[in-house]
Ligand binder design. Structure first.
Ligand SMILES: Cc1ncc(COP(=O)(O)O)c(C=O)c1O
Length: 390
Protein backbone atom coordinates (compact mmCIF):
# COMPACT_ATOMS: atom_id res chain seq x y z
CA UNK A 1 0.00 0.00 0.00
CA UNK A 2 2.69 2.52 0.96
CA UNK A 3 5.83 3.71 -0.77
CA UNK A 4 9.22 2.31 0.19
CA UNK A 5 10.58 5.81 0.50
CA UNK A 6 8.29 6.62 3.42
CA UNK A 7 8.93 3.36 5.30
CA UNK A 8 11.02 5.16 7.88
CA UNK A 9 12.07 3.79 11.23
CA UNK A 10 9.76 5.84 13.46
CA UNK A 11 10.65 4.32 16.82
CA UNK A 12 11.22 7.11 19.31
CA UNK A 13 14.84 7.33 20.39
CA UNK A 14 15.95 6.76 23.99
CA UNK A 15 16.56 10.42 24.66
CA UNK A 16 13.07 11.41 23.48
CA UNK A 17 11.58 8.64 25.65
CA UNK A 18 13.56 9.87 28.64
CA UNK A 19 12.44 13.40 27.97
CA UNK A 20 8.82 12.23 28.05
CA UNK A 21 9.42 10.52 31.39
CA UNK A 22 11.18 13.62 32.67
CA UNK A 23 8.19 15.78 31.71
CA UNK A 24 5.87 13.49 33.65
CA UNK A 25 8.13 13.61 36.73
CA UNK A 26 7.34 17.30 37.30
CA UNK A 27 11.05 18.26 37.48
CA UNK A 28 12.10 21.48 35.75
CA UNK A 29 13.85 20.88 32.45
CA UNK A 30 16.79 23.01 31.33
CA UNK A 31 16.35 22.73 27.58
CA UNK A 32 19.53 23.59 25.70
CA UNK A 33 18.18 22.33 22.38
CA UNK A 34 15.52 24.86 21.40
CA UNK A 35 16.18 26.43 18.00
CA UNK A 36 12.75 28.01 17.65
CA UNK A 37 13.32 31.75 18.20
CA UNK A 38 9.69 32.38 19.10
CA UNK A 39 10.03 30.00 22.08
CA UNK A 40 13.13 31.62 23.56
CA UNK A 41 11.95 35.21 23.73
CA UNK A 42 12.79 36.45 20.25
CA UNK A 43 9.51 38.04 19.29
CA UNK A 44 8.99 41.33 17.46
CA UNK A 45 6.88 44.29 18.49
CA UNK A 46 3.14 44.06 17.65
CA UNK A 47 3.54 46.45 14.69
CA UNK A 48 5.62 43.82 12.88
CA UNK A 49 2.88 41.17 13.15
CA UNK A 50 0.30 43.82 12.29
CA UNK A 51 2.13 44.37 8.99
CA UNK A 52 0.85 40.93 7.95
CA UNK A 53 -2.55 42.51 7.40
CA UNK A 54 -1.59 44.27 4.22
CA UNK A 55 -3.78 46.74 2.29
CA UNK A 56 -3.77 44.25 -0.61
CA UNK A 57 -4.65 41.19 1.44
CA UNK A 58 -7.89 40.77 -0.53
CA UNK A 59 -5.96 40.42 -3.82
CA UNK A 60 -4.67 37.21 -5.32
CA UNK A 61 -2.52 37.60 -8.39
CA UNK A 62 0.29 35.09 -7.91
CA UNK A 63 3.60 35.01 -9.72
CA UNK A 64 5.22 31.55 -9.77
CA UNK A 65 8.66 32.80 -8.75
CA UNK A 66 7.20 35.30 -6.31
CA UNK A 67 5.39 38.62 -6.27
CA UNK A 68 7.40 41.52 -7.70
CA UNK A 69 7.33 43.36 -4.35
CA UNK A 70 8.65 40.29 -2.53
CA UNK A 71 11.47 39.72 -5.03
CA UNK A 72 12.35 43.42 -4.86
CA UNK A 73 12.39 43.27 -1.05
CA UNK A 74 14.89 40.40 -1.10
CA UNK A 75 17.06 42.27 -3.61
CA UNK A 76 16.94 45.32 -1.31
CA UNK A 77 17.92 43.13 1.66
CA UNK A 78 21.06 42.05 -0.21
CA UNK A 79 21.71 45.61 -1.48
CA UNK A 80 21.76 46.65 2.19
CA UNK A 81 24.66 44.24 2.64
CA UNK A 82 26.45 45.61 -0.42
CA UNK A 83 25.43 42.78 -2.77
CA UNK A 84 23.68 43.51 -6.05
CA UNK A 85 21.13 40.93 -7.11
CA UNK A 86 18.54 41.37 -9.86
CA UNK A 87 15.02 40.77 -8.49
CA UNK A 88 14.39 38.56 -11.54
CA UNK A 89 16.99 36.10 -10.30
CA UNK A 90 15.16 35.56 -7.01
CA UNK A 91 12.85 32.62 -6.45
CA UNK A 92 10.46 32.96 -3.51
CA UNK A 93 9.37 29.81 -1.70
CA UNK A 94 7.51 28.66 1.41
CA UNK A 95 10.50 27.67 3.56
CA UNK A 96 14.06 26.75 2.78
CA UNK A 97 13.33 23.04 3.16
CA UNK A 98 10.70 23.25 0.46
CA UNK A 99 12.99 25.18 -1.86
CA UNK A 100 15.64 22.50 -1.34
CA UNK A 101 13.13 19.89 -2.52
CA UNK A 102 12.15 21.95 -5.56
CA UNK A 103 15.81 22.56 -6.45
CA UNK A 104 16.46 18.82 -6.20
CA UNK A 105 13.56 18.20 -8.63
CA UNK A 106 15.02 20.83 -10.91
CA UNK A 107 18.48 19.26 -10.96
CA UNK A 108 18.04 15.54 -10.37
CA UNK A 109 16.34 12.53 -11.87
CA UNK A 110 15.46 9.66 -9.53
CA UNK A 111 18.66 7.93 -8.47
CA UNK A 112 20.93 10.92 -9.09
CA UNK A 113 23.24 12.04 -6.31
CA UNK A 114 23.98 15.23 -4.42
CA UNK A 115 26.89 15.78 -2.06
CA UNK A 116 26.25 17.05 1.44
CA UNK A 117 28.59 17.93 4.29
CA UNK A 118 29.00 15.65 7.29
CA UNK A 119 28.56 16.39 10.10
CA UNK A 120 25.48 18.16 8.88
CA UNK A 121 21.87 19.04 9.01
CA UNK A 122 19.69 15.91 9.61
CA UNK A 123 16.87 17.07 7.35
CA UNK A 124 18.89 16.31 4.20
CA UNK A 125 18.36 12.56 4.36
CA UNK A 126 14.56 12.92 4.52
CA UNK A 127 14.50 15.52 1.77
CA UNK A 128 16.67 13.40 -0.47
CA UNK A 129 14.62 10.28 0.11
CA UNK A 130 11.37 12.09 -0.62
CA UNK A 131 12.87 13.43 -3.85
CA UNK A 132 14.25 10.01 -4.87
CA UNK A 133 17.77 11.41 -4.71
CA UNK A 134 20.84 9.69 -3.26
CA UNK A 135 23.10 11.46 -0.81
CA UNK A 136 26.84 11.10 -0.67
CA UNK A 137 28.90 12.99 1.84
CA UNK A 138 32.10 14.95 2.07
CA UNK A 139 33.76 15.59 5.40
CA UNK A 140 34.19 18.64 7.55
CA UNK A 141 37.15 18.05 9.82
CA UNK A 142 38.15 19.83 12.98
CA UNK A 143 41.59 20.80 14.15
CA UNK A 144 41.09 23.98 16.21
CA UNK A 145 38.88 25.17 13.35
CA UNK A 146 36.53 23.43 10.97
CA UNK A 147 37.62 23.01 7.37
CA UNK A 148 36.31 21.18 4.32
CA UNK A 149 38.25 18.03 3.51
CA UNK A 150 38.39 18.50 -0.25
CA UNK A 151 39.92 15.04 -0.68
CA UNK A 152 36.56 13.58 0.32
CA UNK A 153 34.87 15.75 -2.32
CA UNK A 154 37.33 14.40 -4.89
CA UNK A 155 36.71 10.79 -3.82
CA UNK A 156 33.05 11.20 -4.74
CA UNK A 157 34.02 12.60 -8.08
CA UNK A 158 36.24 9.61 -8.73
CA UNK A 159 33.43 7.22 -7.83
CA UNK A 160 31.74 8.68 -10.95
CA UNK A 161 28.19 8.61 -9.67
CA UNK A 162 25.65 10.81 -11.35
CA UNK A 163 26.35 13.74 -9.08
CA UNK A 164 24.26 16.80 -9.85
CA UNK A 165 25.10 19.22 -7.08
CA UNK A 166 27.38 20.06 -4.22
CA UNK A 167 25.61 21.43 -1.15
CA UNK A 168 27.39 23.65 1.38
CA UNK A 169 25.96 25.27 4.50
CA UNK A 170 27.56 28.50 5.70
CA UNK A 171 27.63 29.11 8.64
CA UNK A 172 27.33 25.37 9.02
CA UNK A 173 24.79 23.51 11.13
CA UNK A 174 25.97 22.23 13.62
CA UNK A 175 29.61 23.15 12.95
CA UNK A 176 29.18 26.93 12.79
CA UNK A 177 32.01 27.23 10.28
CA UNK A 178 31.90 29.82 7.51
CA UNK A 179 33.02 29.31 3.92
CA UNK A 180 36.28 31.08 3.11
CA UNK A 181 37.13 32.68 -0.23
CA UNK A 182 39.44 29.79 -0.94
CA UNK A 183 36.65 27.25 -0.25
CA UNK A 184 34.39 28.99 -2.72
CA UNK A 185 37.10 29.02 -5.39
CA UNK A 186 37.78 25.32 -4.91
CA UNK A 187 34.09 24.44 -4.91
CA UNK A 188 33.53 26.47 -8.04
CA UNK A 189 36.42 24.71 -9.74
CA UNK A 190 35.21 21.23 -8.87
CA UNK A 191 31.63 22.10 -9.88
CA UNK A 192 32.72 23.52 -13.24
CA UNK A 193 35.01 20.56 -13.98
CA UNK A 194 32.21 18.09 -13.27
CA UNK A 195 29.13 19.95 -14.44
CA UNK A 196 27.65 20.12 -10.93
CA UNK A 197 25.52 22.93 -9.56
CA UNK A 198 26.46 24.55 -6.26
CA UNK A 199 23.80 25.01 -3.58
CA UNK A 200 24.82 27.18 -0.64
CA UNK A 201 22.51 27.32 2.35
CA UNK A 202 23.12 30.67 4.00
CA UNK A 203 20.19 30.73 6.40
CA UNK A 204 22.56 31.62 9.25
CA UNK A 205 24.59 34.22 7.32
CA UNK A 206 23.25 37.09 9.43
CA UNK A 207 24.66 35.43 12.51
CA UNK A 208 28.41 35.55 12.05
CA UNK A 209 29.81 35.61 15.56
CA UNK A 210 33.50 35.91 14.80
CA UNK A 211 34.63 37.97 11.82
CA UNK A 212 37.51 36.72 9.72
CA UNK A 213 38.86 38.56 6.65
CA UNK A 214 38.90 35.21 4.84
CA UNK A 215 35.11 34.73 5.20
CA UNK A 216 33.43 34.72 1.84
CA UNK A 217 30.45 36.37 3.53
CA UNK A 218 27.96 35.72 0.84
CA UNK A 219 28.15 33.60 -2.27
CA UNK A 220 25.86 35.54 -4.60
CA UNK A 221 27.70 37.01 -7.56
CA UNK A 222 28.62 35.77 -10.99
CA UNK A 223 29.86 32.25 -10.42
CA UNK A 224 31.11 30.16 -13.36
CA UNK A 225 28.51 27.42 -12.75
CA UNK A 226 24.83 27.29 -11.85
CA UNK A 227 24.42 28.26 -8.22
CA UNK A 228 21.59 28.57 -5.73
CA UNK A 229 21.95 30.63 -2.59
CA UNK A 230 19.27 29.80 -0.04
CA UNK A 231 17.98 31.83 2.86
CA UNK A 232 14.72 32.83 4.46
CA UNK A 233 12.76 34.57 7.15
CA UNK A 234 12.90 31.70 9.63
CA UNK A 235 16.43 32.66 10.63
CA UNK A 236 17.03 36.09 9.01
CA UNK A 237 14.03 37.63 10.80
CA UNK A 238 13.43 34.92 13.42
CA UNK A 239 10.02 34.29 11.84
CA UNK A 240 9.79 30.55 11.06
CA UNK A 241 5.99 30.75 11.32
CA UNK A 242 5.73 32.99 8.23
CA UNK A 243 7.10 30.22 5.98
CA UNK A 244 8.89 32.40 3.48
CA UNK A 245 12.28 31.77 1.97
CA UNK A 246 14.19 32.53 -1.19
CA UNK A 247 16.78 31.17 -3.56
CA UNK A 248 19.06 33.45 -5.57
CA UNK A 249 19.88 31.77 -8.87
CA UNK A 250 23.20 32.77 -10.41
CA UNK A 251 25.58 31.48 -13.03
CA UNK A 252 26.28 31.74 -16.73
CA UNK A 253 23.38 33.44 -18.54
CA UNK A 254 22.02 30.50 -20.53
CA UNK A 255 22.07 28.17 -17.55
CA UNK A 256 20.49 30.71 -15.26
CA UNK A 257 17.71 31.40 -17.80
CA UNK A 258 16.98 27.72 -18.17
CA UNK A 259 17.00 27.19 -14.39
CA UNK A 260 14.62 30.11 -13.85
CA UNK A 261 12.26 28.89 -16.59
CA UNK A 262 12.14 25.39 -15.10
CA UNK A 263 11.84 26.74 -11.56
CA UNK A 264 8.88 28.80 -12.72
CA UNK A 265 7.03 25.68 -13.87
CA UNK A 266 7.84 23.75 -10.70
CA UNK A 267 6.64 26.64 -8.55
CA UNK A 268 3.57 27.23 -10.68
CA UNK A 269 2.51 23.65 -9.96
CA UNK A 270 2.17 24.46 -6.26
CA UNK A 271 2.14 28.25 -5.76
CA UNK A 272 3.01 27.52 -2.13
CA UNK A 273 4.41 30.85 -1.01
CA UNK A 274 1.64 32.75 0.71
CA UNK A 275 0.56 35.97 -0.98
CA UNK A 276 0.02 37.67 2.38
CA UNK A 277 3.53 36.78 3.59
CA UNK A 278 4.99 38.05 0.33
CA UNK A 279 3.07 41.31 0.53
CA UNK A 280 4.36 41.81 4.07
CA UNK A 281 7.94 40.88 3.20
CA UNK A 282 9.27 44.45 2.82
CA UNK A 283 8.06 45.32 6.34
CA UNK A 284 9.24 42.01 7.80
CA UNK A 285 12.72 42.38 6.33
CA UNK A 286 12.88 45.94 7.62
CA UNK A 287 12.45 44.55 11.13
CA UNK A 288 15.14 41.91 10.61
CA UNK A 289 18.37 43.81 11.45
CA UNK A 290 17.26 44.77 14.96
CA UNK A 291 16.25 41.18 15.64
CA UNK A 292 19.54 39.89 14.23
CA UNK A 293 21.44 42.19 16.63
CA UNK A 294 19.51 40.79 19.60
CA UNK A 295 20.10 37.20 18.57
CA UNK A 296 23.78 37.71 17.76
CA UNK A 297 24.30 39.34 21.12
CA UNK A 298 22.78 36.40 22.99
CA UNK A 299 24.69 33.83 20.91
CA UNK A 300 27.98 35.64 21.50
CA UNK A 301 27.26 36.02 25.19
CA UNK A 302 26.39 32.33 25.60
CA UNK A 303 29.41 31.19 23.57
CA UNK A 304 31.69 33.43 25.63
CA UNK A 305 30.23 32.03 28.84
CA UNK A 306 30.76 28.47 27.61
CA UNK A 307 34.40 29.16 26.71
CA UNK A 308 34.97 30.69 30.12
CA UNK A 309 33.11 28.02 32.11
CA UNK A 310 34.86 25.09 30.40
CA UNK A 311 38.35 26.39 31.12
CA UNK A 312 40.16 23.88 33.35
CA UNK A 313 37.47 21.24 32.78
CA UNK A 314 37.58 18.12 30.65
CA UNK A 315 34.99 19.54 28.25
CA UNK A 316 36.15 21.58 25.24
CA UNK A 317 34.15 24.17 23.35
CA UNK A 318 34.70 23.90 19.60
CA UNK A 319 35.42 27.02 17.60
CA UNK A 320 32.23 28.62 16.31
CA UNK A 321 32.28 31.28 13.60
CA UNK A 322 28.54 31.68 13.23
CA UNK A 323 25.07 30.21 13.59
CA UNK A 324 22.95 29.19 16.53
CA UNK A 325 24.72 26.02 17.67
CA UNK A 326 27.72 25.31 19.86
CA UNK A 327 29.50 21.97 19.93
CA UNK A 328 31.24 20.62 23.00
CA UNK A 329 33.70 17.77 23.03
CA UNK A 330 33.44 15.51 26.08
CA UNK A 331 35.72 12.88 27.59
CA UNK A 332 35.59 9.54 25.79
CA UNK A 333 34.61 7.66 28.96
CA UNK A 334 31.17 7.08 27.39
CA UNK A 335 29.54 7.84 24.06
CA UNK A 336 27.56 10.95 23.18
CA UNK A 337 24.20 9.27 23.63
CA UNK A 338 25.16 8.07 27.12
CA UNK A 339 26.39 11.56 28.03
CA UNK A 340 23.14 13.14 26.80
CA UNK A 341 21.01 10.62 28.72
CA UNK A 342 23.07 11.15 31.86
CA UNK A 343 22.76 14.94 31.63
CA UNK A 344 19.01 14.62 31.37
CA UNK A 345 18.51 12.02 34.09
CA UNK A 346 20.99 13.37 36.62
CA UNK A 347 21.08 17.08 35.91
CA UNK A 348 17.77 17.84 34.21
CA UNK A 349 19.59 19.26 31.16
CA UNK A 350 18.55 18.41 27.62
CA UNK A 351 21.24 18.52 24.91
CA UNK A 352 21.59 16.97 21.46
CA UNK A 353 24.08 14.13 21.12
CA UNK A 354 26.53 14.57 18.22
CA UNK A 355 25.24 11.48 16.43
CA UNK A 356 22.07 13.44 15.54
CA UNK A 357 24.37 15.27 13.10
CA UNK A 358 26.59 12.29 12.18
CA UNK A 359 29.52 13.65 14.16
CA UNK A 360 30.75 10.09 14.67
CA UNK A 361 31.48 9.88 10.93
CA UNK A 362 34.40 12.30 11.31
CA UNK A 363 35.52 11.90 14.92
CA UNK A 364 35.40 9.10 17.49
CA UNK A 365 35.21 11.63 20.37
CA UNK A 366 31.78 12.19 21.92
CA UNK A 367 30.28 15.60 21.21
CA UNK A 368 27.07 17.31 22.19
CA UNK A 369 25.34 20.27 20.56
CA UNK A 370 23.67 23.08 22.49
CA UNK A 371 21.56 25.93 21.17
CA UNK A 372 23.17 29.36 21.50
CA UNK A 373 19.79 31.08 21.35
CA UNK A 374 18.80 29.52 24.68
CA UNK A 375 17.88 32.23 27.23
CA UNK A 376 21.16 33.07 28.99
CA UNK A 377 20.03 32.15 32.50
CA UNK A 378 18.98 28.67 31.36
CA UNK A 379 22.08 28.31 29.19
CA UNK A 380 24.39 29.17 32.07
CA UNK A 381 22.64 27.02 34.66
CA UNK A 382 22.39 24.10 32.23
CA UNK A 383 26.01 24.31 31.21
CA UNK A 384 27.25 24.52 34.79
CA UNK A 385 25.17 21.45 35.64
CA UNK A 386 26.64 19.57 32.70
CA UNK A 387 30.16 20.50 33.73
CA UNK A 388 29.48 19.18 37.22
CA UNK A 389 28.68 15.80 35.67
CA UNK A 390 31.65 15.68 33.28
C1 LIG B 1 20.98 24.84 7.84
C2 LIG B 1 19.48 24.94 7.75
N1 LIG B 1 18.90 25.11 6.54
C3 LIG B 1 17.56 25.22 6.41
C4 LIG B 1 16.73 25.16 7.50
C5 LIG B 1 15.24 25.23 7.30
O1 LIG B 1 14.81 26.49 7.19
P1 LIG B 1 13.26 26.82 6.90
O2 LIG B 1 12.64 27.04 8.22
O3 LIG B 1 13.32 28.05 6.05
O4 LIG B 1 12.69 25.66 6.15
C6 LIG B 1 17.28 24.99 8.78
C7 LIG B 1 16.42 24.90 9.95
O5 LIG B 1 16.83 24.78 11.08
C8 LIG B 1 18.69 24.87 8.90
O6 LIG B 1 19.27 24.67 10.10
Amino acid sequence: MFSKRTAWERKINNLAALRGEFGRSGRTLMDLTCSNPAQVGFTHGPEVYASLITPNAACYDPGPLGLPEARAAVAAYYAGRGIRIAPDHIWIGAGTSELYAQILWLLCDPGDTVLVPQPGYPLFSYLAELCGVRLETYNLVYDDQWRIDFDTVEQNREAARKIRALIAVSPGNPTGHCLKYDDIKRMERVCVENGWALIVDEVFSDFVLRRDPEHAGNTAGEPPMLSFLLSGLSKAAALPQIKLSWAVISGPNAMRHEALARAELISDTFLNASTVAQQALPALLKAAPAMQDRIRERCMDNAQFARHATRDTSATVLDVEGGWTLLLKLPATQDDQEWAERFLKQEGVLVQPGYFFDMQAVTPAPHIAVSLITPSDIFRAGLLNILKAV
